[in-house]
Design a protein around this ligand. Structure first.
Ligand code: ACO
Length: 330
């Protein structure tokens, strides 16, 4: 059986930089509050008419392809992680496939929020390990800024979420690569972090009541998310290490989902990891949900922080609740 290996990474973030000072002008907040609670200093918001989830995914993919030394036609299958697709349906995977000129190959959308990229990576890894495909594109991309409640009522979450895209090209290899992936969910907590509408179980998909009730906006129980996230992040990292016979000190780089700097710092402390072994960039990009891990990995790779032979650990927690990890020999 073959393994799968990441052979190219790329990311794209919208040009529009929104600083905490910009947010101070549109809602009752302060730079101090945002930095202290989340670590975020600035984030990117999309430009309507220019950026879409699928075209940002395409831009990230083109960079990843170039770095992998491949062309789009080398891709056999697409797994696209997003909870903010361009359309209600079809998924953004088919739009990305069309933009890449790959009509005919399969494209699958994954809706597992902040854990979406690791779920997508796991699926791509399984397809390669079973021999079904040789080269699989995995994308995480989101436009969160258009569904945030930017009034004072929604300020505790609207200062956190943002937009961007990242891509990884996986290819079959006889060497080590993705060592294992670990996927979990607990639907008991589905409503602790969610966007209710346009939900199909409602009498109608669009009503004035929904708009007035802001049920199209993201709703989050911040303290419940924090409490569960710190436990699940740690559990799923330990699970990955144990399965492969490693200890926390064997990790060369931990790339956590960029949920909130306080959550990343908490996890880092639990494993007594030095700063240089944990990659965080939430300060500049905010929380980009399924895009955060591939953006962080791509940026870490650009900065030379991921080297041949390194042991990389990815970990995520998000809406669902879902949580996941991946251990990778680079
Ligand atoms: N600016 C200024 N004040 C604010 C803001 C804001 N943006 N938002 C809320 N406040 C005020 C509130 O009105 C409240 O004031 P009061 O005490 O006078 O009533 C006070 O700050 C505390 O409000 P809470 O909503 O309880 O905010 P909390 O202290 O819980 O912080 C936060 C919110 C940062 C989201 C916190 O719950 C947290 O860190 N949660 C972790 C979850 C998380 O990071 N989620 C995002 C990622 S989800 C994911 O990726 C898995």
């Amino acid at each position: 059986m073959k393994n799968s290996k990441i052979i190219g990474l790329g990311h794209y973030v919208p040009e529009q930089v929104v600083t905490n000072a910009d947010l101070e002008k549109i809602m009752n907040t302060t730079n101090e509050w945002i930095v202290e609670r989340t670590g975020i200093e600035e984030r990117r918001w999309f430009t309507p008419g220019k950026d879409t989830v699928s075209n940002m995914g395409t831009r990230a993919t083109k960079i990843a392809l170039e770095r992998a030394g491949l062309e789009a036609k080398d891709i056999d299958f697409i797994v696209f992680a997003t909870i903010t697709p361009d359309y209600f349906f079809p998924g953004s995977g088919v739009l990305l496939q069309r933009e890449l000129g790959l009509q005919g190959i399969g494209a699958l959308d994954i809706r597992n929020a902040c854990s979406g990229f690791i779920y997508a990576l796991s699926i791509a890894d399984q397809f390669i390990k079973t021999g079904m495909y040789k080269t699989v594109l995995v994308v995480g991309a989101e436009i969160q800024s258009s569904a945030l409640d930017k009034s004072d009522e929604g300020r505790s979450s609207s200062v956190i979420f943002a937009d961007g895209a990242g891509a990884a090209i996986l290819q079959a290899t006889d060497d080590e690569g993705i060592l294992s992936t670990h996927l979990h969910a607990d639907g008991d907590y589905a409503e602790e972090l969610y966007v209710q509408d346009p939900g199909s179980s409602r009498k109608t998909r669009l009503s004035k009541e929904m708009i007035d009730g802001k049920t199209f906006n993201l709703t989050m129980n911040g303290s419940a998310v924090f409490k569960h996230a710190v436990v699940r992040f740690s559990e799923v990292i330990v699970e990955a290490l144990k399965q492969n016979g490693y200890n926390p000190e064997d990790i060369d780089l931990l790339v956590p989902h960029q949920a909130n700097l306080r959550i990343s710092n908490f996890v880092q402390k639990q494993f007594k990891m030095p700063d240089e072994k944990v990659y965080n960039n939430i300060m500049h990009y905010g929380n980009t949900t399924a895009a955060s891990i591939p953006i962080a990995m791509s940026e870490a790779w650009e900065k030379g922080k991921i080297k041949e032979g390194d042991l990389l650990c990815l970990a995520a927690f998000g809406s669902g609740f879902t949580w996941a990890s991946a251990l990778i020999r680079w």
